[in-house]
Design a protein around this ligand. Structure first.
Ligand code: SAM
Length: 301
C-alpha cells in the first residue's frame, strides 16, 4: 500500500536509529543470523529497511564479502541509509533501493534470503507481501520476519493517577492517527504481531521448516545484569519519544488530522517524561517487559 504519510515524517531518521541502538546487540547477532538462515556469500534482502538499522547490523555479522540489499519506499530514509553506509565503511556490501515492497525490483528466484524488521506487522496485505517475497526467493531460500512483543503495564503509581488515564486517551488518539493515516495494521494500536497467525500464514503459503525464536531479552524485568544498559536505554528512549511527539507537535497539519489539541500533546509529553523518569529512578523494572521474536522458514524446493 502507499501510505498517505511517509514514516520518516513521523519518525525522523535520527530517532529510528536511536530506538534500535540497544536492540541490535552484537552478542545476539550470531544467533539471529542462524535464525534468519543466511550464510556468508548469500544475497540477502531486508525489506522496509528504513534507515538501514537492521541491514547494517546484519551486514556486520556476515562480514565484508556479503551482499545485502535494503529496500524502502521512503526516500528520506534511503538517502540517510546511504550516508550511514559510507560513514560505517559498508559501501562494498550494502545497496539501498527505493521501491514499494509489493513490487520488488528483482527477477524471479534470484535472492537467497529475505527478511524484514517490523515491516510485515505494519502492512495491510501480509499475504500479498509474502507471495511477492516468495516470487523473488530462490527455491530452498530462507524467509523471515521479526518484531517486538510488548507486554506493557503502566507503573503502579499510575493506578491512582488520573493524569495517566488522560495519557492513555491521548495515546489512543495518536495510535488511531497512525492506523488511519500511516499503516492500517499498525502494532501501535494493539494489533501487534500475532505470532501464531503469522506462522499460519507462512504455513498456508507452503513455507517449510517454520521456526519461531526469541532474541533481545534485554528487558527481562528482574535481570539485574542488564541494569546499567537498561537505564541508558530508558534515557535514550525518552529522547526518542519526546522527539517523535515534538515532530507531531511542530506540524499543524498532523495535529488537525489527529484531532489532538496542542495542549494535549504537551501533556502527553510531560507524562511520558514522568513515566520514564519514574522508571529511571527505580531499580526494579517490574512492569515493562518486551522482547523480539523472529519467524523463519524456507521456500519449498
Ligand atoms: C517500523 S519501520 C522499520 C524500519 C526498519 N526496518 C527498522 O526496524 O529500523 C517500517 C518501514 O517500512 C517502510 N514501508 C512501509 N510500507 C512500505 C511499502 N509498501 N514499501 C516499502 N517500504 C514500506 C516504511 O517506510 C518504514 O521505513
Amino acid at each position: 500500500m502507499t501510505s498517505q504519510f511517509e514514516w520518516s515524517k513521523i519518525q525522523p531518521p535520527e530517532t529510528i536509529e536511536s530506538s534500535r541502538k540497544y536492540i541490535f546487540n552484537d552478542d545476539l547477532l550470531p544467533s539471529l543470523i542462524k535464525y534468519i538462515g543466511v550464510k556468508k556469500g548469500d544475497k540477502l534482502v531486508d525489506l522496509g529497511c528504513g534507515t538501514g538499522t537492521f541491514t547494517r547490523y546484519l551486514a556486520k555479522g556476515l562480514g565484508k564479502e556479503c551482499e545485502v540489499i535494503g529496500v524502502d519506499s521512503d526516500r528520506q530514509y534511503i538517502e540517510y541509509a546511504q550516508k550511514k553506509v559510507v560513514e560505517e565503511d559498508l559501501v562494498d556490501c550494502i545497496d539501498f533501493i527505493e521501491s514499494d515492497v509489493y513490487n520488488l525490483p528483482f527477477e524471479d528466484e534470484t535472492i537467497d534470503s529475505i527478511t524484514d524488521h517490523t515491516l510485515l506487522i505494519n502492512l495491510d496485505n501480509p499475504d500479498r507481501f509474502i507471495k511477492e517475497e516468495l516470487r523473488v526467493l530462490k527455491k530452498g531460500g530462507s524467509i523471515s520476519t521479526s518484531t517486538f512483543l510488548f507486554n506493557y503495564y503502566p507503573p503502579s503509581r499510575a493506578i491512582n493517577n488520573p493524569e495517566f488515564d488522560q495519557l492513555l486517551k491521548i495515546q489512543q488518539k495518536v495510535y488511531k492517527f497512525y492506523k488511519d493515516h500511516i499503516f492500517p495494521r499498525s502494532f501501535l494500536e494493539g494489533n501487534e504481531l500475532n505470532i501464531y497467525l503469522m506462522m499460519k500464514r507462512y504455513k498456508n503459503l507452503n513455507i517449510q521448516d517454520i521456526q519461531i525464536n526469541g532474541f533481545f531479552p534485554l528487558f527481562s524485568p528482574d535481570d539485574y545484569r542488564n541494569k546499567d544498559i537498561r537505564r541508558q536505554w530508558l534515557k535514550e528512549q525518552l529522547a526518542v519519544h519526546s522527539n517523535d511527539i515534538k515532530v507531531i507537535l511542530s506540524n499543524q497539519e498532523y495535529l488537525a488530522i489527529c484531532g489532538i489539541e496542542e495542549n494535549e500533546l504537551n501533556l502527553a509529553l510531560k507524562l511520558l517524561e514522568e513515566r520514564y523518569h519514574y522508571e529511571l529512578d527505580n531499580t526494579t523494572y517490574i512492569f515493562t517487559n518486551s522482547m523480539e521474536v523472529i519467524i523463519s522458514g524456507k521456500k519449498a524446493n
